[in-house]
Write a protein that binds this ligand. Structure first.
Ligand SMILES: Nc1ncnc2c1ncn2[C@@H]1O[C@H](COP(=O)(O)OP(=O)(O)O)[C@@H](O)[C@H]1O
Ligand SMILES: Nc1ccn([C@@H]2O[C@H](COP(=O)(O)OP(=O)(O)O)[C@@H](O)[C@H]2O)c(=O)n1
Length: 662
């Protein structure tokens, strides 16, 4: 079962190598060409994803013999014919499958039905159908005219003059004709005239390139006229290797830049595409370079390594995205980190992709706090300052690229929750595994333990030694309790207390706590009355939930030391180091007693001891977030250790962890 959402921690760096999955565009084109060609084709590097599975199973239903093993496939070409005269074909949401298959099947004629997911039935295909009808192909719309599902009948193929197709909605219509029409060019030239300005030209280049590999050289005049010469025949090249996916590369290339913003990153290299790639989306790396990224090109790799010398941020500006419609979405994310607004133009095709991507992008970027403007075919994104970022749950609209793009937002100052992360399976089922492998979260050291075990003192000393921020989570429970006592809110009124906790206008500055314009010393909240009230309300699930996001918002670069009861078990379960700090009850009572006296809070040792046992009991026995060591916590008993020794022990544990990571 796929999870409903995925939580991404804030990131501080990136580094490493990613072997890219095969290109979706190339995989599906090669599969179809291999099926139509004469001879057997061995394909390597094939993408294994929803969209390619749709194509594979359609070809199988059409009677094409094929074997698949991992990223390799062996296809026995049908020499221009699909053996099955009829088939019902589910095309999912794969535009790269339905469009060329429609063309090939319509030209052959038969009894075929092509349909997909509901969104597929909203994506236009009328321009392709119109073009095919010029040849006498029989294609009917089952529902709304201009959209799938389609029913294909017997073909009365005839060729009289040029065939025209619109190029300004989707270049896949032209691609579909180019892939299928060589079957009809045995005796005469087939001429395709493009109406309107052709968009996504690099994708048409991929088509022409692959046709050449299969023995067909299309001649073109500009981008308006394409001639498939008489005598053309699709012939298998024998073996063909699929390049890595250049659009998928864009997320990692961006990570190699954003991961260096805190100077904690290393280069990120994508393997499988390089300077000789036939995919237009490699131009994304050139755009990134123009914006100030440091980029290295190899024959089979591209690498990014932060910003060019002397730059402090990526540049903004206006970017024409006509040639890189998919990778352009990634630019909408890097724009958040630029030093000026970025305007993406010529992205009208976004409106008819997996979702209306202009609308989806604008809506989700706004959730992060970004100011966004948009028009029919453009989007302007204003950068976010560190204090403007908002944590958000990002809707992904069943669009793999929305999910992959927004993973990059975790380089900002926010917690990001990605809804329906499984949608990446359309083109990149292992995306998040690769993303986690090459990124480094902002580190957290969680120190949990019973009262007066020394958590607070150790946490602040460790934080100071490492230059990290420090969160004394108990203070948040104490503040809520203090506010409740002052406002006369009953300590069992769960709803009122949760409301109080959720709206605590608390801030921490210069070692002091600020609440409602009042400034506190932590010691002022240390009275036993407040402590007892804190532990009472801390047993209420609603209060704990209300403080959850606030606690997580303290995780910011360069790192956090958090102390409390459930830092390692609930709030930061992915903390890099978890310490469970204990000491005998007697020594804790004595420490607390001395602490209270030294802070001017009168106390009696016996009472302190009794209250401490009472609090231990309540903290360990409550139903939610009970005090207990996380399974992966280091147990540290400080009964016989001085403060300094305890701090040193924790720092040694951290150094050991850090060495392992490096
Ligand atoms: N290892 C230790 N040895 C001696 N005193 C300690 C040690 N750890 C903490 N203390 C003292 O015990 C008191 C309680 O520590 P604190 O950090 O407030 O505990 P907690 O946050 O766990 O309640 C403080 O006065 C602190 O200086
Ligand atoms: N993460 C946390 C921190 C504190 N608390 C509660 O808040 C009370 C006060 O926390 P604290 O850390 O200031 O208490 P001390 O251990 O310093 O006495 C504790 O007794 C806990 O019941 C919690 O439940 N979870």
């Amino acid at each position: 079962m796929t999870p409903e959402f995925l939580d991404l921690p804030p990131l501080i760096g990136a580094g490493g190598r990613v072997a890219l999955p095969g290109s979706k565009s190339i995989s599906n084109r090669v599969l179809l060409l291999a099926a139509l060609a004469e001879g057997q084709t061995e394909i390597t590097g094939l993408l294994d994803s929803d969209d390619t599975r749709v194509m594979l199973s359609a070809l199988q239903s059409l009677g094409i013999e094929l074997k698949r093993e991992g990223s390799a496939a062996l296809v026995q070409g049908g020499a221009g014919r699909f053996p099955a005269p009829s088939a019902d074909l589910f095309m999912g949401n794969a535009g790269t499958a339905i469009r060329p298959l429609t063309a090939a099947l319509a030209l052959q004629g038969g009894d075929y039905r092509l349909h997909g997911v509901p969104r597929m039935h909203e994506r236009p295909i009328g321009d392709l159908v119109d073009a095919l009808r010029q040849f006498g192909c029989a294609i009917d719309y089952e529902g709304q005219a201009g959209y799938p599902p389609l029913c294909i009948g017997a073909s009365q193929f005839r060729l009289s003059g040029d065939v025209s197709v619109r190029g300004d909605v989707s270049s896949q219509f032209l691609t579909a004709l180019l892939l299928a029409l060589p079957l009809k060019a045995a005796e005469q030239d087939v001429v395709i005239a493009v109406q309107g300005e052709l968009i996504s030209k690099p994708y048409v280049e991929i088509t022409l390139n692959l046709l050449r590999r299969f023995g067909v050289s299309v001649q073109r005049t500009g981008w308006e006229r394409f001639v498939i010469p008489a005598g053309s025949r699709l012939r298998s090249p024998g073996r063909i290797a699929v390049e890595g996916d250049a659009s998928s590369a864009s997320y990692f290339l961006a990570a190699g830049v954003l991961g260096q913003l805190h100077r904690r990153g290393a280069p990120v290299r994508v393997e499988g595409v390089g300077r000789d790639s036939i995919q237009g989306d490699v131009a994304f790396a050139r755009v990134l370079e123009d914006l100030g990224a440091s980029v290295r090109w190899g024959d089979d790799f591209i690498e990014t390594d932060g910003l060019q010398p002397g730059l402090k941020a990526l540049r903004g500006g206006e970017i024409d995205c006509l040639a890189i419609p998919d990778a352009a979405m990634t630019l909408a994310m890097t724009a958040l980190f630029a030093d000026a607004p970025t305007t993406l133009t010529a992205i009208g095709s976004w409106r008819v992709k997996e979702t209306d991507r202009i609308h989806a992008m604008a809506t989700e970027l706004a959730k992060l706090g970004a100011q966004v403007e948009s028009g029919t075919d453009w989007l302007r994104i204003h950068p976010l300052q560190p204090d403007q970022w908002r944590s958000a749950t990002i809707a992904t609209y069943d669009d793999h690229r929305m999910a992959m793009c927004f993973s990059l937002a975790s380089f900002g100052h926010a917690d990001i929750r990605i809804a329906d992360p499984g949608c990446v399976a359309k083109t990149y089922p292992g995306y998040f595994q690769d993303f986690f492998r090459i990124t480094r979260p902002v580190p957290v050291i969680a120190i949990d333990g019973p009262t007066a075990s020394g958590k607070g003192s150790i946490a602040s000393a460790v934080a100071e030694a490492l230059g990290f921020d420090c969160l004394d989570s108990g203070v948040l429970y104490r503040l809520t309790a203090w506010a409740a006592l002052r406002q006369g809110v009953a300590l069992d009124d769960s709803a009122a207390l949760a409301q109080l906790a959720a709206t605590l206008p608390v801030s921490f500055a210069a070692g002091r706590i600020h609440l409602n314009g009042q400034s506190f010393d932590a010691a002022q909240l240390r009275t036993e009355a407040v402590g007892q009230a804190a532990s009472t309300i801390a047993a209420l699930p609603a209060v704990r939930d209300a403080l959850f996001a606030l606690q997580r918002s303290f995780r910011r670069a360069p790192g956090l030391v958090a102390d409390g009861r459930d830092m390692g078990t609930v709030v930061f379960p992915d903390a890099q180091l978890k310490v469970f700090l204990t000491a005998s009850a007697a020594s804790r009572a004595e420490r607390r007693y001395k602490q209270l006296i030294s802070q001017g809070n009168p106390a009696i040792l016996g009472d302190v001891f009794a209250e401490l046992l009472e609090r231990d009991a309540r903290d360990t026995q409550r139903a939610v977030a009970a005090l207990k060591p996380a399974a992966d916590a280091e147990l540290l008993d400080s009964t016989d250790l001085s403060l300094e020794q305890t701090v040193e022990t924790v720092l040694a544990l951290w150094r050991r962890h850090d060495v392992q990571v490096a």
